[in-house]
Design a protein around this ligand. Structure first.
Ligand code: CO
Length: 133
């Protein structure tokens, strides 16, 4: 079902500070920046090999990432796995009794089709499925 790690999502209070940190320490240059209103975030992507690091800054405290930072502090927020077909993968997970956040796929970063499975199903790790456009 999974073909690669697509990205690691990291919750940060300040995108500007985090971008500067990743630039200064790891020499990474931002590849893509986007505001995703439907998820309540601004994001910056860095490319590492064929995967991405996705920095996520909440648009406000009352957003999923805002609440995450409030509850658990900044840090690793989710793992994004690449799949060939999100709809088919969701159906498989559902069949296996995995609790889902999204019953149907939605459009995420860079126009990709995505869906989230609930962290309760994966030992506290929020899992995102990503079908590249
Ligand atoms: Co993501």
């Amino acid at each position: 079902m999974l073909t690669e790690i697509d990205h690691i999502g990291i919750a940060v209070p300040s995108l500007d500070d985090a971008v500067e940190l990743y630039r200064a320490t790891l020499g990474l240059a931002p590849l893509h920046a986007e505001k995703i209103e439907s998820q309540g975030v601004r994001e910056v992507l860095f490319k590492v090999g064929s995967s991405y690091v996705q920095l996520l800054e909440p648009l406000g405290p009352d957003t999923p990432v805002g609440r995450f930072i409030e509850r658990r502090g900044p840090g690793l927020h989710h793992v994004g796995y690449r799949v060939e077909d999100v709809t088919a993968s969701l159906a498989e997970l559902k069949e296996r009794g995995v609790r889902l956040v999204d019953e149907v796929p939605r459009i995420g970063s860079m126009g990709n089709t995505i869906a989230f499975a609930h962290p309760e199903a994966f030992g506290g790790v929020l899992v995102e499925l990503v079908e590249a456009r």
